[in-house]
Design a protein around this ligand. Structure first.
Ligand code: TRP
Length: 436
């Protein structure tokens, strides 16, 4: 049983800000020190090409983001740290997955749907300006994750749908080609409140699109100080008591402070500490943590060849895992070395048509469930939770014997994009197969 694998990627289209550091880089680095965890962090530079056609910007961003992770303390001996584009197995896997991904499911991806909606609202053609890269974005992301059989994927809320799509495609591939063996682990999204938490200068979530970010290393200590000076506060004067809760300044302070420092800061604000003073304290606190990192960052940026070497070593480690799995997958789909064909296989009539299957299982919540999967792995029916396995079993039995007639009373929902007619047919096929 391999160690628990955690994997995440950062799209390389810009530089990281303080919110990215608090929300992603720092927690990932801390988690990567846990003894039972194997971490995979990578620059999603193929994903960057989807959003950006400026080569110099792509070049700069992947270097800056790599330097940021190293400067922030990532142990690159322990974690597997690489550029997506250094792993040719990833685009190859992307194609194998593309061939088992339904177009309908990609039509429902939020990023694509959002772009279509914006086009329609502007009176444009639905697909105006939309590339196949954007359309297939979730499949490339699924390949990133499945290539390394990651168990857990820390991401922001907006990425959860992509992880679900990765699970779906993994399931379909396992089902179609696995012959009882699962090639892929089904990954789980991990969404920490922390990842969403850091407010920007104006109190809204810190984000480039709101133009309210505090830079991490770019511009040095001066840029940090200038940004902090622009954090919006109320207009209470020095000496006036201030209510700390709900102030962006205080929330940002908390992200770097010990519990004692948090209490002291609040007490001082309530006693009338001037906002100017408070900002100085915030600067000192943040700079105390990231100042030494910034120095390392600057040294690294002056020696890109050192970073190059680290990433080449990372790519070698990653490929040592990716290549054997991909070889297995090629074999499984029939891309094999030429050999005399087994006549039995070449001429045998096609095996009896695969029928849909019911599966009963228990989730980590302790409840019992069942689902009906089509022979291509799609979920046709999903049950509600049952306290006991017997209840689930009785419903499965009813559906298996009564077919579509039991459908309207059974505590089930149809799978994503599945029509009731298809389920009725599937149940009929199941009953026919049982009787054969
Ligand atoms: N799409 C992710 C984002 O924009 C980046 C990413 C690419 C990623 N591949 C991944 C994240 C695989 C997790 C796992 O944030």
């Amino acid at each position: 049983m391999p160690a628990h694998r955690v994997l995440t990627g950062i799209t390389t289209t810009g530089t990281l800000h303080l919110g990215n550091y608090v929300g992603a880089v720092r927690p990932c680095i801390i988690a990567s020190r846990e003894p039972a965890v194997e971490s995979f962090f990578f620059m999603a530079d193929y994903h960057a090409l989807i959003k950006c056609d400026e080569p110099d910007r792509i070049e700069a961003s992947r270097l800056q983001i790599a330097a940021t992770w190293i400067a922030a303390g990532l142990d690159t001996e322990r974690a597997v740290f690489y550029r997506q584009s250094d792993i040719p197995e990833i685009p190859e896997l992307t194609w194998l997955l593309t061939c088992v991904t339904s177009k309908g499911q990609m039509n429902r991806a939020h990023a694509y749907k959002g772009a279509v909606d914006a086009n329609l609202a502007a009176g444009e053609d639905a697909d105006a300006g939309i590339t196949m890269g954007l359309y297939s974005y979730p499949i490339l992301m699924a390949a990133d994750i499945l290539m390394f059989n990651a168990h857990r994927v820390p991401v922001g809320k907006d990425q959860v749908q992509h992880i679900e799509m990765a699970r779906d495609v993994a399931q379909r591939f396992n089902h179609l080609f696995g012959r009882g063996q699962d090639f892929f682990v089904l990954p789980e999204a991990q969404v920490d409140a922390e990842m969403e938490l850091l407010p920007g200068l104006d109190g809204r979530k810190m984000s480039k699109s709101y133009d309210n970010v505090i830079p991490l290393f770019e511009g040095g200590a001066k840029a940090l100080k200038d940004a902090i000076a622009r954090i919006v506060t109320d207009s209470k004067l020095p000496g006036e008591p201030k209510e700390p809760e709900g102030q962006a300044l205080v929330t940002i302070f908390d992200a770097f402070a010990t519990p004692e420092q948090r209490t002291t800061f609040r007490t001082e604000l309530r006693a009338g500490l001037a906002w100017g003073e408070a900002k100085q304290r915030l600067f000192d606190l943040i700079d105390g943590e990231i100042g030494p990192m910034r120095a390392r960052y600057e040294t690294l940026m002056a020696h890109p060849e050192d970073i190059e070497q680290i990433l080449q070593a990372g790519a070698a480690k990653a490929r040592a895992i990716a290549a054997p799995l991909l070889a297995q997958l090629r074999e499984a789909v029939g891309l094999r070395r030429f050999q005399p064909l087994k006549t039995a296989v070449a001429e045998a009539p096609k095996a009896k048509a695969a029928v849909p299957v019911f599966k009963q299982y228990r989730e980590t919540d302790g409840q019992f469930y069942f689902k009906l999967s089509a022979n291509d792995g799609r979920v046709l029916l999903q049950s509600q939770a049952f306290a006991g396995g017997r209840d689930a079993g009785q419903w499965v039995h009813k559906l298996k014997t009564e077919g579509a007639a039991a459908l309207s009373v059974a505590p089930v929902t149809l799978g994503d994009g599945v029509a009731a007619g298809e389920v009725a047919e599937a149940l009929a096929a199941l009953i026919a197969a049982d009787q054969a």
